[in-house]
Design a protein around this ligand. Sequence first.
Ligand SMILES: Nc1nc2c(c(=O)[nH]1)N[C@H]1C(S)=C(S)[C@@H](COP(=O)(O)OP(=O)(O)OC[C@H]3O[C@@H](n4cnc5c(=O)[nH]c(N)nc54)[C@H](O)[C@@H]3O)O[C@H]1N2
Ligand SMILES: Nc1nc2c(c(=O)[nH]1)N[C@H]1C(S)=C(S)[C@@H](COP(=O)(O)OP(=O)(O)OC[C@H]3O[C@@H](n4cnc5c(=O)[nH]c(N)nc54)[C@H](O)[C@@H]3O)O[C@H]1N2
Ligand SMILES: [Mo]
Length: 752
Amino acid sequence: MADSRRRSRRPAAAGPAAVLSTLERVRELGLARGLRVLARVNQVEGFDCPGCAWPESLPRKALEFCENGAKAVAHEATPKRVTRELFARWSVAELAAQDDAWLEAQGRLTEPMRLAPGASHYAPISWDAAFERIAEYLHQLASPDEAVFYTSGRTSNEAAFLWQLFARMFGTNNLPDCSNMCHESSGTGLGESIGEGKGTVGLADFELCDAIFVLGQNPGSNHPRMLTVLQAAKRRGCAIVSINPLRERGLVSFANPQEARGLLGFGTPLADLFVQVRVGGDVALLQGVAKGLLELEDAAPGTVLDREFIATHTEGFEAWHAALAKRSFEELERGAGVTRTEMRALAQLYASARAVIACWAMGLTQHEHGVANVQELVNLLLLRGNIGRPGAGPCPVRGHSNVQGDRTMGIWERPSPDFLARLGAEFEFEPPSEHGLDTVAAIQALHAGRARVFIALGGNFAAATPDTAFTHEALRRAELTVQISTTLNRSQLVAGREALILPALGRTERDTQNGVEQFVTVEDSMRCVHRSRGRLEPAGAELRSEPAIVAGIARAVLGDSPSAPWSSFAADYDRVRERIARVIPGFENMNRRVRDAGGFVLPSAAGARAFRTASGRAHLTVQEPPDSELPPGQLWMMTLRSHDQYNTTVYGGDDRYRGVRGRRVVLLHPEELARAGLDDGQAVELTSHWRGETRRLRGFRAHAYDLPLGCAATYFPEANALVPVGSFAARSRTPAYKSLPISIRADSEATS
Ligand SMILES: Nc1nc2c(c(=O)[nH]1)N[C@H]1C(S)=C(S)[C@@H](COP(=O)(O)OP(=O)(O)OC[C@H]3O[C@@H](n4cnc5c(=O)[nH]c(N)nc54)[C@H](O)[C@@H]3O)O[C@H]1N2
Ligand SMILES: Nc1nc2c(c(=O)[nH]1)N[C@H]1C(S)=C(S)[C@@H](COP(=O)(O)OP(=O)(O)OC[C@H]3O[C@@H](n4cnc5c(=O)[nH]c(N)nc54)[C@H](O)[C@@H]3O)O[C@H]1N2
Ligand SMILES: [Mo]
C-alpha cells in the first residue's frame, strides 16, 4: 500500500496536455465546425457522447465531455471518406495487410458494398439489393439458429429493440453482444446475488458516500468524466481506494481541465489508498478484508456488521461465515499478493465509512473467476448494509455508451420467459424460448459450421474477440458476413464466402426520416434513459440510420405485417418507442417522459432493498479463491486499453499517463525482467499456456514497469491472439482477457 502523496515525476492526469490533445483532434474537423460539435456533446438538446456510459450531471455543465470523448467524436466526425474508388484500388487482401489504425484512419464509409463469392474486391451494391442478398441467405438456412445477430453497445435503444424483435420473429435467440465480453460477469453475479444485473446507485449517491472503492478500473483513460465526480467527493472528505495491480495515473493525480488550477496542471491526488493486488487476486483480497472486518466486529460486537440488515434482507450469512473461517491469512496473502496488514487497514477504512460505493470495470469481470470477483465484492457490501440507502451500493461502470440500454431492450441470448411473453403478446408471434449463442458460442458454432450467416450491428467482432486465428477462421467459414458499420475495420476484411458492408449514420449526425428529424434514446450506466440527437450533416447521402437499416433487413426477410410494420417503424421512431413502452417495464409513457429535460431514471428494485431473488433476499455467496500458482517461468498476463484508443479503434501509440510508447509491448516488474534474463526494451516472444495448448506472438518489446511480481500486461487488441477461445469466466462465459498464463523469452531472430 503506498501513500498517494508520494511525489511522482509524471504529470497529473488531464490538465493542459489533455486540453492540447483535445484541441488537436478538434482542428482535424476544422476549428469552427469542431467546436460546434463539441458544444453539443452530452447536452440536453445534443447527442450522447459515443465514448463511455458514465452519466451526465443535471443541470448539464457547459462542457460535458473529456479528452477521450472528444477523440471518439472527432473520429466519427472526420472529413475523410472511404469511397468506392478506394475499394476499387485496394483488394480485400491488400486492405487486410494494413494495420487496424490505418483502416480506421481512412474515414467514414459512404455506400453499401458487396464482396461477391470468389471476388478479390468489394464493389458497390444498392441498399435494396443488399437487403435482398441477406434475405436470400437467411431463407435458405436449415434452421433460424444457423444465423447470428451480433450487437455492439453504441446501438440506440430504438435500433436495438427492432434488432432483437427481428431476430426473434425470424426464429432465434442468437443475439450475442459486446457485453458478453465486457460486464457479463457483473450482470450474472449481481443477478444471482441481488436479483438484478445492474448497479443500484445514481450520481447523487456520490455526493453522500464516505468511501468509494474503485476496483479494476482505469477511469483516467476510460471514464475521464468520473474523475470530476471523484474529485468533488474527495474535496468533501470522502475516502477513495484504488484496488489495482497498476497505480493508474488518473487516480494518483488529477488536474481538472474545467478549473483554472487544473488547466495549469496542478493536480489533486485522488486515491487515499492504493492496494496493488496481484492480477486475479481480488477474491483472496476481498476475503482478507472480510476477515479483518470480522476481527473488528469480534473486538466490538454489534458495531461493525449491520446485523439487522443481514437478518432482515439477506440469506447465506452462516455458510459464508463458516467458509471464511476455514481460510487462513497465509493463503489469502499468497492469493492476493497483499499483506494482512494492508487487508486489515482496508477493513478498518471500510468499517469506519458510514456509506460506501464500490465501482468496478474490466479488472474484475474478465477472469475465469470474474463472477466470483463480483459476488465477493457484493458480500462485502452486504455485510454493512451498503446497498439500498443513500450514498451506498454497487456501481459496475459500463463501457460502451448504450451497452446497458441494449440489454434492457432485449439484446440477450438468454431472455427471460417474462420478457418473451410480453414481446410475443405485443407482436402476435411465438418467440423462440431456447437460449441462443453468446459471443464465445457463436465463434465456436461458426467454426464448426453450425452457424452459417453472421450479421453485426456495429462493433469489430474480428478484432475484439479472443483467439484471433481461430475466430478469423470461424468468420471465413461463414457463407455470408454482414457488417453494419461507420468506419473501415478488420471485421469487413475477415469475410465469409460473400460479404456486405452497410454504412450507418453515427451519433453526431442528423437523422431525417420522411423529412422529419428523429432522435434516439440511450441508457447510461446509472439507469438514466435520455435522448440523443445528432446535428451534423451526414457523412454521405447514401448513409442510413441503424433503425432504418434494421427495418430494411427485417422487411426484406419477413415482410411488413400489421403486427410488425417495419417501414412504419423506420419512418417515425416514436412508433418504436410506443412499442418499447408496452413491452418493457419501466418505459411506460416513454415518448412523453424521454422528452423531459434529462430523460427519466429506471427504478432499481435492489436499490430499494426489494431483492428480486426467489426468496426476496440478497445472497451472501461462498466463493473459492482461484488457484494462483503457476509453473516456474509463467506470469499472469492482463490485456489493457491504452490512453490512445477506443476499444479496437487505435488512435495512436502514446499511452500518455503510463508513459509507455508503442503498443506491441509487454509490461513487467524489473525483477521479472532480470529473472528472465531480459533487458528493458528487448525484443521478446510471448507464449500463452492453457490446458496444454500454446499460442505464440512475436514482435513485442519488454518494458520495465511498476506492477506486482508474477504479473504482466499487454494491450488489447494486439494480444488477443494469445487468449484461448475456451478460456472464459464460469457461468458468465466472459473471455478471460485479464488472466492469461504466459511465458516470455528473448526473440533472437527479431530485428530490433
Ligand atoms: N477512451 C476510452 N474509453 C473507454 C474505452 C476505450 O477503449 N477508450 N472502452 C470502453 C469500454 S467498452 C469499457 S468496458 C471500459 C473499460 O474500462 P476499464 O475497465 O478501465 O478498461 P481496461 O483497460 O480494460 O482496464 C482495466 C483495469 O483493470 C486493472 N486490472 C486488470 N486485472 C486486474 C485484476 O485482476 N484485479 C484488479 N483489481 N484490477 C485489474 C487494470 O490494471 C486496469 O487498470 O471503458 C470504456 N471507455
Ligand atoms: N483482449 C481484450 N479483448 C477485449 C477487451 C479487453 O479488455 N481485452 N474488452 C472487451 C470489451 S469490454 C468490449 S466492449 C469489446 C468491444 O467490442 P466491439 O464493440 O465489437 O468493438 P469496438 O472496437 O467498440 O467497435 C468499433 C467499431 O464499431 C463501429 N462503429 C462505431 N460507431 C458506430 C455506430 O454508431 N454504429 C455502427 N453501426 N457502428 C459503429 C466502427 O466501424 C468501429 O470500427 O471488446 C472486448 N475485447
Ligand atoms: Mo466493454
